[in-house]
Design a protein around this ligand. Structure first.
Ligand SMILES: [Zn+2]
Length: 115
């Protein structure tokens, strides 16, 4: 059956193989954030980058630049989103930025290998 779903200002059309498939697809798009958890802006959009040949999918905030990562299933069967995923600022290669943002993690990580 044909399904249509709207996320932000984008309309997706697709075909669902079963009722379970409708739920899977609609549940995924419904779970995606429509608001940045870092600055509360609703000016967000899907983003895709390929740093170091690594596929990086996220919802990006157009106001503060923070991103909310979207996971990809290892079996290549699609994507998933964790509802507790927060918007964070990443550097161009997909690594978390340590110089800015991340106020929540203010404690410095110390390495005590030569203890
Ligand atoms: Zn933001």
């Amino acid at each position: 059956m044909e399904i249509q779903f709207k996320y932000l200002n984008i309309t997706f059309k697709g075909v669902a193989k079963s009722q379970q498939d409708v739920f899977r697809k609609v549940a995924f798009w419904s779970s995606l954030p429509t608001k940045c958890t870092a600055c509360n802006s609703t000016n967000v959009r899907p983003d895709h980058r390929t740093p170091k040949d690594y596929e990086f999918y996220s919802i990006r905030c157009c106001d503060c630049g923070a991103e909310c990562k979207i996971g990809e299933r290892k079996d290549n069967k699609g994507m998933f989103f964790r509802e507790d995923e927060k918007f964070e600022k990443f550097s161009g290669d997909g690594e978390k930025r340590t110089s800015e943002g991340n106020q929540e993690r203010s404690a410095p990580e110390e390495e005590d290998d030569d203890f």
